[in-house]
Design a protein around this ligand. Structure first.
Ligand code: ZN
Length: 398
């Protein structure tokens, strides 16, 4: 049992009647085989149509390999002798615009950039073409887009048909068919002639516009992403909105955005390094203050304190303290992810790791490090709890 594929000759009829030939399943979902259909089954890089049969949603359309019957895969079981089919018009038009757009783009890539199409991917998220060339220049892209959009603007007729063997032999076909037997040819206004089973627009003007939005190298090939028709309009709308918000925020013309952002990045780098220097100075100053009033432990000075600051700041302070001779610094940063940072000077014979581990037990955390600098934590602990943990370590020193 096979299905007459009416979309081959007419990609505009979206409502039709058909007889049910078979009620079956596909991947555990109910499925119907009809005597005739306008539903496009997934194939040739083009996703399937969506729509309804007697109001039941068609989730997927596939070709059954054994007999090439078209399986209409349904959301719910449907028992009927005849069905009324209805195809999702927006989705169909979207793929018609992009599939025809792809044929034109593939031909324009060959003519204007000597780049041959290796593969094509179409989905709801993106439409891409892989070509056998890398390092395409901005001039290449401009030439390719210019040529492709000229074919759109000329509103040329698109014809799809099954030629005779003699007719086929005489055609200058871009992509040779992989299958033996009946070959369907799509002639896009004499610009591009290729073998294809997809649904296409009747005239190139319906594509609206063809825009390459991204190109990236993938080994020896380039993958380009393109958009046609409504997708291109939505893309333009989104990007225009982003640009308008950026130009308003930066009070520059849109053409000044790249320079403006580069300037901001420059300023940011300068500010970062100035801030780092200022923090170092501040930490050194604070360390000197803490040391002048520090308790003594044998021949060492001992600073044991919890702070309500970032762990990075406390760590910097610990490093500044330990940079002086004869210092033990047992510091902590309270917060959602409290940290203990224990350090000692090079000239002090003390392993801070066991002290840290003991102190971390108090707040139920873990950590480690080297004998002269160790850190741990990551659990919530307030100032009082962190100070109590530090005090445990101080008690071990006694
Ligand atoms: Zn095609």
């Amino acid at each position: 049992m096979t299905t007459e594929r009416l979309y081959y000759n007419d990609s505009y009829t979206l409502h039709f009647e058909a007889a049910v030939l078979e009620v079956t399943t596909h991947a555990e979902r109910p499925a119907l085989v009809l005597d005739r259909t306008y539903f496009y089954p997934e194939g040739g890089g083009q996703p399937p149509d969506h729509g309804t049969l007697n109001g039941v949603r068609v989730l997927d359309v596939q070709t059954r390999p054994s007999d090439r019957a078209v399986l209409h895969i349904l959301e719910a079981p449907l028992r009927a002798d005849r069905v009324e089919g209805s195809i999702d018009a927006d989705r169909r038009r979207d793929y018609m615009q992009h599939h025809s757009g792809q044929h034109i783009l593939s031909q324009a890539l060959e003519q204007a950039a000597q780049a041959r199409t290796v593969s094509v991917h179409m989905s709801a998220e993106s439409m891409t073409i892989d070509v056998d060339r890398t390092n395409l220049s901005p001039e290449n892209w401009e030439a390719v887009e210019g040529l492709a959009n000229r074919i759109v603007l000329e509103d040329r007729p698109v014809r799809a048909w099954f030629p005779t063997a003699e007719e086929l032999a005489a055609l200058n076909i871009r992509k040779l068919p992989e299958v033996n037997g009946k070959v369907r040819i799509v002639d896009t206004g004499g610009f591009d002639i290729t073998a294809c089973g997809g649904t296409h627009v009747g005239r190139t003007g319906e594509i609206g516009v063809i825009k390459v939005v991204k190109a990236e190298r993938r080994g020896e090939t380039t993958r380009l992403e393109f958009k046609c028709g409504e997708r291109a309009l939505r893309d333009y709308r989104t990007k225009n909105d982003v640009i308008n918000r950026l130009t308003a925020a930066l009070t520059v013309g849109y053409w000044e955005l790249p320079d403006s952002v580069a300037r901001l990045q420059d300023q940011n780098r300068t500010l970062q390094s100035e801030l780092k220097a200022a923090r170092e100075q501040l930490a050194a100053h604070e360390a000197a203050g803490l040391l002048s009033s520090a308790a003594t432990h044998g021949s060492c000075r001992l600073v044991a304190r919890a702070f309500s600051r970032s762990a990075d700041e406390v760590r910097l302070l610990a490093q500044k303290l330990a940079a002086e001779a004869g210092v033990i610094a047992l510091l902590g940063a309270a917060g959602e992810k409290a940290q203990l940072i224990f350090a000692r000077s090079e000239d002090v014979a003390l392993d801070v790791v066991p002290l840290l581990k003991k102190a971390l037990e108090v707040i139920g955390a873990r950590g480690g490090g080297r004998p002269n600098l160790a850190q741990g934590g990551g659990v919530p602990a307030d100032l009082e709890q962190v100070q109590a943990a530090i005090n445990t370590a101080v008690a071990m020193l006694a």
